[in-house]
Design a protein. Structure first.
Lengths: 386, 386
């Protein structure tokens, strides 16, 4: 087991009706900005529940934060925060809204001239404007971590940011929200969370026996609830386990004491930037090729995963590891998630070269758990994903 | 899954050499009180490492906190804290020292006349004097939770206390400390942590699929590392997984969203108070009888446990559940832990009646996950444990 530090101070309020408990989590007298996305919360009743709970608070609103939260839109919200002297934010949405609010939390207190520097210069945010969240779409885990990914259309870029100051003060997780999520987004959420676990697990054995088992627990639970959630998103038990699994998949716990990969995300982000493919689907496109290409370095964990998560046994290590990749692909297919780039776009030719060049231009640090992947490797992996 | 709230702000510093990082976790200029037990830390080098790390801080010391931290001893430490205007405490020890420091954290800021009221009147501590810990004995999980158990010899009583103000600010977990722990205490630690998981797991199915699997992960890991730790406590990988499993067993995570039992602890505490039997061993005495007596209400989870944790399958539910109890007993025996009261004391006759009467005298609220156990049930369970 590797040395690690772990601290996660976010308070979780989980279950039916927890939105009504918002007032006890927000400082009395705070001037609030409530931020949300395209307005689906007005259809599914969450907007009304939140407004009802916040009676007595001064609440301003900012809507229209898009999927892959867009820098230019966030700058408008930042102006509201500063002009109106907002002292607490409430993100009501999925990972995009929450990530956008994390950027705002950092930017509101940032002392530099240009908030873009937070992203381009990888500023670690130690203190942010406090915020809470009401999660409406289980997937990214952003509700219980301190990281965010922000996009800029203008330059087709996606940047990660974070820091210990960016944990939500609290997050409300009411699994009843799952009932109104479209099937496509449910499939995305399951795929996203599942791949989060894979990125922190599918490396090489590091003697972190407990972390391995907890990671496997999350994947087993996602596999078990996936068909139930897709079939009937109002199945509360399935929805609750889906929601809590997504949070646990990326709240820091399973990444501690182990090597982590994240190359799938790095390549996937480029596919979203280039083609607008849903984040989760880019992960499903890259993951199988990534594991096939890096088979020799990952085969022990692939085999362990095949055995413990998919009950594949009684084969050679290599056969078992190969079966692990196959089962992963089939799991994505069972969710109606395609796993080849050519199934999403006709104009995929040259993508591998473009992505590889972009990585090189940005300054190459190596990808993967060994930081050993080169731009040439990336080119080959993306090409295998066509 | 039941509704829940979860927040755990303790920062964990895990791994080799983490004691050297103490200074960055303690407020500059703080006047420190370092508290420890009987002095084993002077033999195993931990005392020297801590003192070395704390150079430059004003450090007072209070030693002699006994196993089952004793109220009268703690009052002496409380006097030092007040007289010397201590503003940060460092607990260096196992669960007893850390629990004692939690009582002091509460008592130092308590505004009532009599600190005993914190225990007898079940005061919930919202704010305590800040403290950190250096864990020297994996077992209780106290290093990452906000609860404590305090004893009073004079009255043969053990009381629980806690509150959100009693989380350690940080805990240093260096698995190298395991190397110098005597076999008897290692066996106790494994048994204690294992039973902590059982108390939060062995109830009735509540649709908390992820929590179940994480609980099973901790038990599987403890079972896997137990023989390695006992055989060679300097096996770092085994020690690290043992240590992290003990912490995860009682940091709040697996008790959220599920019913919990804790009747084994309630009865076990009485055995420690009456006979001075090690805490962990009292749990091993009570657990099998408790599960046999409450078989009908727990058989589904017992069977699930037998299958997933012990790989016992292809039997009827009842047979599988029975096998689960048997495997638990055998696991304790494999650690040289006896599971009958008569193996610890010759004067066990009448114990069941005494314990049952004590519960009645204190005001009976019901024990177990259904709060349905009566004093009469307790009498029978303890009798079955003779």
């Amino acid at each position: 087991m590797l040395n690690f530090e772990f601290r996660n101070p976010t308070k979780i309020l989980f279950g039916k009706g927890q939105i009504a408990n918002l007032p006890k989590e927000i400082p009395a007298g705070a001037k609030l900005l409530m931020l949300y996305g395209g307005g689906s919360i007005k259809q599914n009743g969450i907007y009304d529940q939140v407004k009802e709970a916040l009676q007595g608070f001064t609440v301003l609103e900012f809507s229209g934060i898009p999927a892959n939260p867009e820098y230019e839109v966030l700058l408008k919200a930042l102006k509201v925060i500063k002009d109106e002297k907002i002292d607490f934010m409430l993100a009501v949405g999925g990972g995009s809204v929450i990530d956008g609010v994390k950027f705002l939390s950092s930017a509101a207190l940032y002392e530099g001239d240009n908030p873009w520097d937070i992203l381009s210069k990888k500023v670690v945010t130690k203190k942010g404007l406090p915020f809470g969240t009401v999660l409406t779409l289980p997937a990214t885990g952003s509700e219980m971590n301190s990281g965010a990914v922000i996009s800029r259309k203008e330059t087709q870029e996606k940047f990660s940011m974070g820091g210990p100051g960016l944990f939500p003060q609290f997050s409300v997780l009411d699994p009843q929200v799952v009932a109104s999520i479209p099937k496509r987004q449910l499939a995305n959420g399951i795929t996203d969370a599942f791949t989060h676990v894979l990125e922190q697990y599918m490396t090489y054995p590091a003697g972190a026996m407990l972390q391995d088992r907890i990671a496997e627990s999350i994947m087993q639970t996602l596999i078990e609830v996936a068909p139930r959630v897709i079939k009937d998103p109002s199945d509360y038990e399935a929805a609750a386990n889906f929601m809590w699994s997504c949070t646990m998949a990326l709240n820091g716990l399973i990444q501690k004491g182990v090597p982590t990969d994240w190359a799938i995300h790095a390549m996937g982000h480029e596919l979203t930037a280039m083609f607008g493919i849903d984040h989760a689907r880019t992960l499903a496109i890259i993951a199988p090729s990534h594991y096939r290409y890096n088979f020799s370095g990952k085969k022990e964990k692939l085999a362990q995963y095949a055995e413990r998560v998919w009950n594949v046994t009684a084969m050679s290590l290599e056969e078992q590891a190969t079966a692990g990749i196959k089962m992963t692909e089939e799991f994505f297919h069972s969710l109606d998630i395609d796993t080849r780039l050519s199934e999403y776009t006709g104009s995929y030719e040259g993508t591998a070269q473009i992505i590889s060049r972009r990585f090189t231009e940005r300054g190459w640090n190596g990808l993967g758990e060994r930081k050993a992947l080169t731009p040439d490797d990336v080119e080959k992996i993306v090409e295998m994903s066509y």
